[in-house]
Design a protein around this ligand. Structure first.
Ligand code: AHR
Length: 325
């Protein structure tokens, strides 16, 4: 008898939660947003931008932090589907493994908008649009700076190849795959530039430092010319490791990274980071526009790309005051 009662209460609560998503707060759409985590300065700025844009638009937000785990994101998406939200938006931790849950969203008639990172699915109709950066181009920009503008650019006299170590982002994530691809594409088969070590630092400062320490201790670690970090946080962690090893980041080892967060500008102004390729996290307003379009039944382009620049340490002091993240 007691069990039947508990079960009844649980069912009633679930039904209430599902109803709440649509009923409370009038007609404002309910948006379920599943964020990757809080692994970097970039991510924190992205979360702030999404939250404030959705709030300003008057939409109702169901926010979930996946703590960089795909299984948490899948759970969050299923919970949004159960709550019958109007739109699901998410930044996928990794590229693959989304087909099933996205089919569930489609079957429930809930449109899905991707922000920041892409998914690898066979059926393109499983999401409406992807709003975010061109990560391949970011990798290309990083390599172009090295080959064309850095103190180790092509044509400069030196003995032996330029030895590069690479701190990759989260394994299987779109930015890690694409930035590595763009960087390699520009290096081509030029034997004067060699990636001698590559390992993931999971986009965090702590892992960036640990992996850089390992690079420096490994064979040939006393002979590294360039660090290419897939984000600023890993670069900042690695800079600490380089300094602790008695070397000068930015001088003995050139440091190239991606994001252009304020922490990177501080490192550039201190002369420890040479260049950062911008990756704009302020996607909230574009997400709101896309949600409005979906609500009004307007067509959206499959891909909404964000405009971005490259900043060197020579420009850092001048640009820093105007940085928003
Ligand atoms: O997907 C964007 C990347 O994810 C940013 O470069 C990085 O800082 C973040 O964690």
């Amino acid at each position: 008898m007691k069990r039947v009662f508990v079960l009844g209460v649980a069912v009633a609560l679930l039904a209430l939660a599902a109803g709440c998503a649509r009923d409370a707060g009038g007609d404002a759409p309910v948006v379920g947003f599943s964020q990757v985590g809080a692994e970097s300065e970039w991510r924190t700025a992205n979360t702030r931008s999404v939250r404030s844009a959705i709030e300003e638009a008057g939409f109702r937000l169901r926010f979930s932090d996946a703590q960089q785990k795909q299984e948490n994101q899948i759970k969050a998406l299923r919970s949004f589907i159960a709550q019958r939200v109007d739109v699901i938006a998410f930044s996928p931790v990794v590229e693959s493994g989304w087909e099933t849950v996205l089919r569930e969203a489609k079957a429930a008639g809930i449109p899905v908008i991707l922000t920041d990172r892409s998914v690898d699915v066979s059926d393109e109709s499983l999401y409406v649009t992807l709003i975010g950066s061109d990560f391949v181009e970011e990798g290309r920009k990083a390599a172009r700076w090295l080959l064309e503008e850095s103190p180790l650019r092509r044509g400069e006299d030196r003995e032996g190849p330029v030895r590069i170590v690479e701190l990759q982002g989260t394994v299987g994530s779109a930015p890690a795959i694409d930035r590595g691809k763009g960087f390699r594409e520009v290096l081509g088969d030029d034997q004067d530039y060699r990636i001698v070590r590559t390992q993931s630092g999971d986009f965090t400062r702590a892992r960036g430092k640990e992996v850089m320490e390992a690079f420096l201790k490994s064979e040939g670690g006393d002979n590294i010319d360039v660090l290419f970090a897939h984000n600023d946080d890993m670069a900042i962690g690695a800079i600490q490791a380089i300094e602790e090893s008695g070397l000068r980041p930015g001088e003995d080892i050139l440091v190239i990274s991606i994001d252009a967060v304020r922490g990177a500008f501080e490192a550039m102004m201190a002369g420890k980071l040479n260049v950062t390729v911008e990756c704009n996290p302020l996607l909230g307003p574009q997400l709101v526009d896309a949600i409005r379009a979906v609500q009004e039944g307007r067509e959206l382009p499959r891909r909404i790309v964000v405009e971005e620049s490259v900043f060197t340490r020579e420009q850092a002091a001048e640009v820093f005051p105007s940085r928003q993240y």
